[in-house]
Design a protein around this ligand. Structure first.
Ligand SMILES: Cc1cc2nc3c(=O)[nH]c(=O)nc-3n(C[C@H](O)[C@H](O)[C@H](O)COP(=O)(O)OP(=O)(O)OC[C@H]3O[C@@H](n4cnc5c(N)ncnc54)[C@H](O)[C@@H]3O)c2cc1C
Length: 413
């Protein structure tokens, strides 16, 4: 039985294939009638499912190839961020950002528009400058920035083919110092939202929605700046390391208290050395324009009595706009409202419907890799290039090999 990381999805694939070469990937794809690629299985819905062959690229040769002249790295698609980033740092380079967990596959993260935080930081996919794609007929194409297919292919939901390698833009390595503040009053967060979210390279607000406050603010600043204020927007500098979920041990979290360290050991919330093999949680996330953050939060505030009983923790992050068609921040600077739920799908789904209704006036887009309930026709109004994406998918996969019940409603051009 193959399940996702959270264990809430059991895949219906008839078999799992683990090719060890690109030639084998091409053959498998050409021969299959139905297939999907599985990354590290960290999505919470059935986006990766198929009744045919599930293909894992984890056994492909682990290529990490630096091009110092171009300032890029080319990585095999089966690799996880954690397997690549220390090597980049050792060579003097960095990626612009990382998600909360370094154990997620690079290809899977880019395919769903996964992101970290920071008003100046685009999604992780925004670092992609080229990719190799095996299309449904087994052809191998390189798609580079500037090619017509590029803005469709990068956040591709696995619907355009199997990505076998990605080339990512690098920058010089940098150090980050992480500070946590406790108890940011809700009203102060709304009043000072822009000032707070722009106070660091990457800033996250955490709340359990149980009271009128954000339990914690995580500020990740470039190292070497001014020391932080003890009291700030009504919040207090934490007196020890924190876990985002109040009361949980911080032992698996990245170093805090302003201790400087390399970008890859501070931008994720969780340490690379700690590998959670499965999780007792579900997740959802909705994206609204950043200039709608305050009314969006006020709309969620009206649901706190519905949200809090089924919630572990909620996180608010920012993402810079990009031009990748299915990116959650396509065409707009974005604020992301994330929810880590208790693992009880039946209890959570009705709350998602209420959240989606409350955020509808702000054109909320759902995260492709997390749970949501809004119908495909609504999603299509939120992702304005979805119909264009469907045309590309139909062109590249005319027999709908890569379709599954999750995707088909979005791919009918
Ligand atoms: C603990 C945890 C923390 C998370 N933190 C964040 C976060 O900070 N920010 C955020 O935005 N999201 C976050 N997520 C969501 C997660 O990043 C996404 O669900 C992401 O897609 C997972 O990547 P994966 O490799 O596990 O992909 P999978 O779930 O395995 O697959 C997702 C999609 O990608 C496609 N895919 C995978 N590999 C390829 C490939 N080689 N070629 C083509 N398509 C491919 C699959 O077919 C599928 O459609 C988190 C999830 C968990 C469980």
């Amino acid at each position: 039985m193959i399940t996702n990381w959270a264990g809430n999805v059991t895949f219906s694939a008839r078999r799992l294939r683990r090719p060890t070469s690109i030639a084998e990937v091409r053959e498998l794809v050409a021969d299959a009638d139905k297939l999907r690629v599985l990354g590290s299985g960290h999505s919470f819905n059935t986006i990766a499912d198929t009744t045919g062959d599930l293909i894992s690229l984890a056994d492909l040769p682990p290529v990490v190839s630096l091009d110092e002249r171009r300032g890029t790295v080319t990585v095999s698609a089966g690799l996880r961020y954690g397997e690549v980033v220390p090597q980049l740092h050792a060579a003097g380079y960095a990626l612009h950002n990382l998600g909360s967990l370094p154990h997620i596959s690079i290809a899977g993260a880019c395919a769903t528009g996964t992101h970290g935080s920071g008003v100046g930081n685009g999604t992780l996919a925004s670092a992609v400058v080229a990719l190799d794609l095996v299309t449904a007929d087994g052809d191998l194409r390189t798609i580079s920035h500037g090619d017509e297919l590029f803005p469709a292919a990068v956040v591709g939901l696995g619907a355009l083919g199997v990505v076998t390698s990605l080339t990512l833009a690098l920058r010089p390595t940098f150090d980050v110092a992480q500070y946590v503040y406790d108890d940011l009053p809700y009203a102060a967060a709304l009043d000072g939202f822009d000032a707070i979210m722009t106070s660091g390279y990457s800033v996250s607000l955490f709340t359990d929605w149980a009271g009128p406050r954000f339990n914690q603010v995580w500020v990740k600043r470039l190292a070497g700046g001014e020391p932080p204020q003890e009291h700030w927007h009504g919040a207090t500098l934490a007196d020890g390391p924190r876990h985002p979920v109040p009361g949980m041990s911080a032992e698996h979290c990245t170093a805090q208290m302003g201790v400087p360290g390399p970008w890859h050991a501070r931008l994720p919330h969780f340490r690379l050395e700690f590998t959670p093999s499965s999780g007792e949680e579900l997740q959802s996330e909705y994206f609204v324009p950043r200039d709608q953050a305050v009314p969006g939060l006020a709309a969620l505030d009206g649901l706190r009595d519905r949200i809090a009983p089924v919630l572990q923790i909620s996180e608010v992050r920012t993402i810079a706009a990009d031009d990748l068609w299915l990116s959650p921040s396509y065409g707009r600077d974005t604020v992301a409202f994330h929810f880590t739920w208790v693992k009880d799908t039946e209890a959570v789904l009705p709350v998602l419907e209420e959240i989606e209704a409350a955020l509808a006036p702000f054109g909320a887009r759902p995260h492709w890799g997390k749970l949501f309930t809004m119908p495909a026709e609504v999603v299509a109004t939120r992702y304005p290039r979805l119909a264009d994406f469907a045309s590309v998918a139909t062109h590249l996969d005319p027999t709908a090999k890569l379709h599954n019940p999750f995707l088909t409603p979005y791919l009918q051009a």
